[in-house]
Design a protein around this ligand. Structure first.
Ligand code: ASP
Ligand code: MG
Length: 472
């Protein structure tokens, strides 16, 4: 049996048109003899709104919180009514769910406290409801969907808001609850992101966690493929908004994709990689608004590529902190003291570079910087500056090649580079520049490295078509 896990993100289920399109995509897979398991996100933006409602309630704004909930109730009802001829049952269900959400919000407004556990409960409504609507819409469109509560399958520890999945239990539950449905020719439809601990208390896998659910289910069922349906054509050589010559990357390794994900290429959740890698299951990134496009295939061992890099990622809104130990020489334990300060302020550090007397670090949170700088200045001279961008170039073929750094910096010789790091992973080269130089740097680098793209790895056809269209 060829099982394929199809995960649809928020934009693939954002409105009735998107949900209908999604049903068509799933029906297409069934027609090919595949057995899909469908994982869906909440409708686009719903997760953010639920979190906003929870924090409004907990800060005493009961009316504001209930108003958000009421708008969400209408949106879900309208979506269901537009999709279904007989929407009575699902509307009743939506109303029940929102009634209980409202009860929780009123409770929060009374106790004025939002714990991670309750936050997970509030936010879970997004996927609990979207998966019901999608399952009903699928049935009406001839796809034999069976709704499954994700919390019965994805079992985690109790770290609310970023719970860790318990693989062995998930494998067992998937075999017990999903396999029989597949054998009956049914299409299980479940929410992503939401899970529960072993006592059945709702948890979540962290923001963007639906991809993770997809990969966990794919791993547990040893699926033939995991498809991540989103609203872009796949992983691109760079952000097309920054450089119109961006090309689709047809195939990329897990390691490269993970590296890009950490550096802000928002196409997929880095942890998606793990359960898929472990079982060597290919992950495909596909566009539900352009379903005939081949997307990007992420596999364990990418084929050798003629160009050293696969993609250029940029992360903006970063700050650089320079710590200069002018008042004392770098002594042992100095770095750990510096990191302890970032740790105390719960501020993750992106990139570090050190010399005998100075340390430069980059972080992406600005509001904590004054307090961090105040603590650091007890030990050293501290300067910090915002509006920086991190450019990260990823490719397995830079391993062991000489002269690549020279080519990179020659391409951007006119741009001031503030910090450089070639990661221990050996597959990325990263550097910091001023935010205002980011577009220019990406365009120059793209011209330098993607002039003669390898047709095995990059979608050269689309580029040719574009050139033809623009010249005619
Ligand atoms: N709905 C959740 C979020 O927005 C999970 C996901 O869509 O991946 O973070
Ligand atoms: Mg996502």
């Amino acid at each position: 049996m060829s099982v394929v896990v199809m995960k649809f993100g928020g934009t693939s289920v954002e409105d009735p048109a998107a949900i209908s399109r999604t049903a068509g995509i799933v029906a297409g897979r069934i027609a090919l003899g595949k057995h899909p398991v469908v994982v869906v996100s909440a409708l686009a933006k719903v997760t953010d709104q639920l979190l906003r409602a929870a924090s409004a309630a907990a800060s005493g704004d009961r009316t504001g919180a209930l108003a958000i909930s009421s708008r969400l109730r209408c949106r879900h009802r309208d979506t269901a009514c537009a999709l279904l001829k007989d929407s009575g049952a699902i509307v009743t269900l939506i109303d029940q769910k929102f009634d209980s959400l409202d009860e929780i919000l009123r409770g929060l407004a009374a106790i004025l406290e939002l714990t991670p556990r309750i936050s997970d409960l509030v936010v879970s409504f997004g996927e609990r409801i979207s998966s019901r609507i999608v399952a009903a819409a699928f049935r009406e469109r001839g796809v034999e969907a069976a709704h499954v509560d994700a919390r019965d399958i994805i079992v985690t520890d109790s770290q609310f808001q970023k719970a860790i999945p318990q693989d062995a239990i998930i494998d067992k539950r998937a075999q017990e609850k999903l396999r029989p449905l597949l054998e009956q020719g049914k299409v299980p439809v479940m929410g992503g992101f939401i899970a529960s601990n072993i006592d059945g208390i709702t948890t979540t896998l962290g923001r963007g966690g639906s991809d993770f659910t997809g990969a966990l289910v794919g791993g547990a069922l040893t699926a033939d493929a995991i498809e991540i349906w989103t609203d872009v054509d796949g992983i691109m050589t760079c952000d097309p908004r920054m450089c119109s010559e961006a090309l689709r990357v047809k195939v990329i390794s897990f390691e490269e994709a993970a590296e890009l994900a950490y550096f802000g290429a928002k196409v997929l959740h880095p942890a998606t990689i793990l359960p898929a890698v472990k079982k060597n299951i290919p992950v495909l990134v596909l566009n539900s608004k352009n379903p005939t496009n081949e997307g990007t295939r992420i596999i364990s061992l990418a084929p050798h590529c003629k160009s050293p890099f696969k993609s250029i990622a940029v992360k903006k809104k970063l700050s650089i902190i320079d710590v200069v130990a002018s008042r004392m020489l770098m002594t042992h334990g100095y770095l750990s003291e510096i990191f302890a300060i970032f740790d105390k302020h719960q501020c993750p550090v992106d990139m570090v570079s050190t010399s005998e007397v100075s340390v430069s670090l980059t972080v992406d949170s600005n509001e904590k910087l004054p307090a961090i700088a105040a603590d650091l200045s007890k030990h050293a001279d501290v300067k910090y500056e915002g509006k920086k961008a991190l450019v990260c170039m990823v490719g397995e073929d830079i391993r062991g090649q000489s002269g690549i750094a020279a080519q990179v910096f020659a391409a951007i010789r006119h741009i001031n580079v503030r910090m450089i790091s070639q990661g221990a992973s050996e597959i990325n080269m990263s550097f910091m520049i001023e935010e205002e130089d980011a577009e220019e740097a990406v365009r120059s680098l793209h011209t330098a490295f993607f002039q003669n793209p390898d047709p095995l790895v990059f979608d050269v056809e689309a580029q040719k078509k574009q050139l033809l269209a623009s010249s005619s």
